[in-house]
Write a protein that binds this ligand. Structure first.
Ligand code: ADP
Length: 659
């Protein structure tokens, strides 16, 4: 035992994760190999990138590779790469803590229900720790490229509370992961098994994966069809020769026709750490000023940290098969941060810093091209979402291809996972705003399901209707029951119900759709324009005239709370409601900003009253005028989900009237 050995504890989250890995991920043991080979491949990518500016890092081993070997007697399986390696401190930091942001939140979401947690963890990607699915002890030996042989590190843990590290001498650059297999994982001590797992998950890794060739010793052929090729006694002996067991060509460089859907899905899982198959993907060679290959995926499920706008992206940039960066914003706009994939260009200079690349015109054009590609993938899904075979206008039954059929329902599925993020694009990507607007879906007063597009809405607009009406609220119930909708309901005018937090903000950037203005029903005076007939207009004017003296008193009583008080025709059953001036910030948005600790301009709302309502009629000449006025205002506030400034005073006033 060397003297420099130290025992350290795992960060609490790691210990928790390990417990989960060992207790809930049994159903699919073999994924550990995919995860470890994927790490090895990343390590080689990193070396290649650092070596662009420091060729000496290759030392005497310029061919990057992964070797998989096993020792049945010792019951170990070893995965060795000659990538970047780890220094002692890196081993402590990277294998003892989880640096990824959002991990704490993730842990908080775990329910203790193993099945559910295993699902979640699949999304999270356990990476290195997946080794503990099959091993009761893992030894990692590593040396970072560029460090001396004596500066190697050995890291050992049995995956419980702590791990040991010590300094070792390791001539070879890179990392060996030595798994001491559990009894129930002995099947991985078999070359045939390992090769089949590698073929399944890691064929598309561009790095060669090598295994030592074995040959039969004194074997006799018994059944040529069984998995050992039919030989029994004697067993296999290693020959000392290594052979490549995967295709070792990056998937995206192969022609589309040679790639099966399963291979696309497996590749997705490797790059995304998602355990579910992707919803859809696009694989293209883009020609033009900048030539590149793009392979872009849309996941089926949102990751747990979807709302973390700063997280690392899922799109990786390669230049001639060399990994360069996965800088989120340089390759994909933030509102498309859920997209995963690979972009490989031969036109970009290899030997250039990430900073310069981000500024490069070529990278910008790749970003634009990839954004457009994602939007057209979504448009395609949207187009086929409701596709059903039926008779067309020409009396001929439409033929729906299998491919189109497979797309049915996918857009709705996509939208329920990522729709809210997509809306951020209205404020972020002006160039594509119109395409984005077409992709948006909402609930409405005629549909609880979030499936109404602006185009659907327009097709259903009433004769004489001049605007697309919408309301924002915190919940669907609050939106549906809002007093501001009363007159629209009465007249059978559809109103879009918007309940995502981002709606209010996003709608600031969209003033019209296909030349029809968007109009919030909570902003400004309602002007139903041609939808209101002459008799109604006249009645409203008369009521307003008769109400004038009371109105003046109301304004005076509420002058500290309301910007103005006016008579409205938008209410049918409710006595009053609050609206904001046309150019004002909605009370809903102001409230959200305040909750988020931001400053919101404190503009006073306008109180609109329904002169026909019994409570409002009662105001005239009432001895309780002052109290009633305030109750009217506070109730309007309550009705839209707000709180009176002085709730106690409100309660007192109501009680006084009740007694
Ligand atoms: P992830 O790969 O998703 O970051 P992991 O838990 O798999 O998470 O690995 C944690 C970190 O450990 C990696 O980010 C990397 O820095 C380091 N690491 C893991 N395997 C290797 C390896 N084979 N060579 C070098 N570094 C590695």
């Amino acid at each position: 035992m060397s003297q420099n050995k130290q025992t350290l504890s795992f960060q609490a989250e790691v210990a928790q994760l390990l417990h989960l890995v060992t207790h809930s991920l049994y159903s699919n043991q073999e994924i550990f190999l995919r995860e470890l080979i994927s790490n090895a491949s990343d390590a080689c990518d990193k070396l290649r990138f650092e070596a662009l500016n420091n060729n000496a890092l290759y030392e005497d081993a310029p061919n990057l590779e992964v070797r998989v070997s096993f020792d049945p007697a010792a019951r170990t399986l070893t995965i060795t790469d000659n990538g970047i390696g780890m220094s002692q401190q890196e081993a402590i930091d990277h294998l003892g803590t989880i640096a990824k942001s959002g991990t704490k939140d993730f842990m908080g979401k775990l329910s203790g229900d193993q099945k559910q947690d295993a699902q979640l963890i699949g999304q999270f990607g356990v990476g290195f720790y997946s080794g503990f699915i099959v091993a009761d002890k893992i030894t990692v030996e590593s040396r970072r490229a560029g460090l001396k042989a004596e500066e190697g590190v050995r890291w050992v843990s049995s995956g419980t509370g702590d791990f040991e590290v010590e300094t070792i001498t390791r001539p070879a650059r890179g990392t060996s992961i030595i798994l001491h297999l559990r009894e129930d994982a002995e099947e991985f001590l078999n070359a045939w098994k390992l090769k089949s797992v590698i073929a399944k998950y890691s064929d598309h890794i561009s790095l060669p994966i090598l295994m030592e060739k074995e040959e039969w010793k004194d074997g006799e052929l018994i059944n040529p069809n069984d998995e050992n090729g039919g030989r029994q006694p004697g067993g296999m002996v290693k020959t000392g020769e290594w052979e490549t067991v995967n295709k070792a060509s990056a998937l995206w460089t192969r022609p589309k026709k040679d790639i099966t859907d399963e291979q696309y899905a497996e590749f997705y899982k490797t790059i995304s750490h998602d355990h579910e198959a992707p919803l859809t993907w696009a694989h293209n060679r883009v020609e033009g000023n900048t030539e590149y290959t793009q392979l872009l995926y849309i996941p089926s499920k949102a990751p747990f940290d979807l709302w973390n706008r700063d997280k690392k992206a899922g799109v990786k940039l390669y230049v001639k098969r060399v990994f360069i960066m996965d800088d989120a914003e340089a390759l994909m706009p933030t509102y498309l941060r859920f997209v995963k994939g690979v972009i490989d260009s031969a036109d970009l200079p290899l030997n250039v810093s990430r900073e310069l690349l981000q500024e490069s015109r070529d990278v910008r054009s790749i970003r634009e091209g990839s954004t457009k590609r994602v939007l057209s993938m979504l448009e395609d899904l949207a187009k086929h979402d409701k596709h059903t075979a039926g008779e067309g206008a020409d009396g001929v039954t439409d033929v729906v291809s299998e491919e189109d059929k497979a797309k049915e329902g996918k857009y709705t599925a996509f939208y329920s996972e990522f729709g809210a993020v997509l809306k951020e694009g209205l404020g972020e990507d002006f160039a594509n705003r119109e395409r984005l607007a077409k992709l948006l879906r909402f609930a409405s007063t005629t549909s609880d399901a979030v499936t109404v597009s602006f185009a659907d809405y327009k097709a259903r607009m009433k004769e004489g209707q001049e605007a697309i009406y919408y309301i924002t609220a915190e919940t669907l119930a609050a939106a549906k029951n809002s007093p501001q909708l009363e007159v629209f309901k009465k007249k059978g005018i559809e109103v879009l119900l918007m309940t995502d937090r981002v709606d209010e903000w996003a709608l600031n950037y969209l003033h019209e759709f296909d030349s029809t203005p968007l109009q919030s029903v909570a902003k400004g005076a309602v002007d139903l324009g041609k939808l209101q007939d002459e008799a109604e207009k006249k009645a409203a004017e008369e009521a307003a005239e008769a109400f004038k003296p009371v109105l003046a008193k109301l304004k005076e009583a509420l002058k500290d709370k309301a910007e103005d008080v006016r008579v409205t025709t938008r209410l049918v059953d409710s006595p009053a409601c609050l609206v904001v001036q046309d150019d004002g910030m909605s009370t809903q948005l102001a409230r959200l900003l305040k909750q988020a600790g931001q400053q919101a301009p404190s503009t006073k709302p306008v109180l609109e009253v329904n002169a026909e309502h019994p409570l409002v009629k009662k105001l005239d000449g009432s001895v309780h005028f002052h109290d009633l006025a305030h109750i009217l205002f506070d109730q309007a506030l309550l009705a839209e989900g707000g709180l009176p400034d002085d709730p106690a005073a409100y309660v007192k006033r109501v009680n006084a009237l009740l007694v």
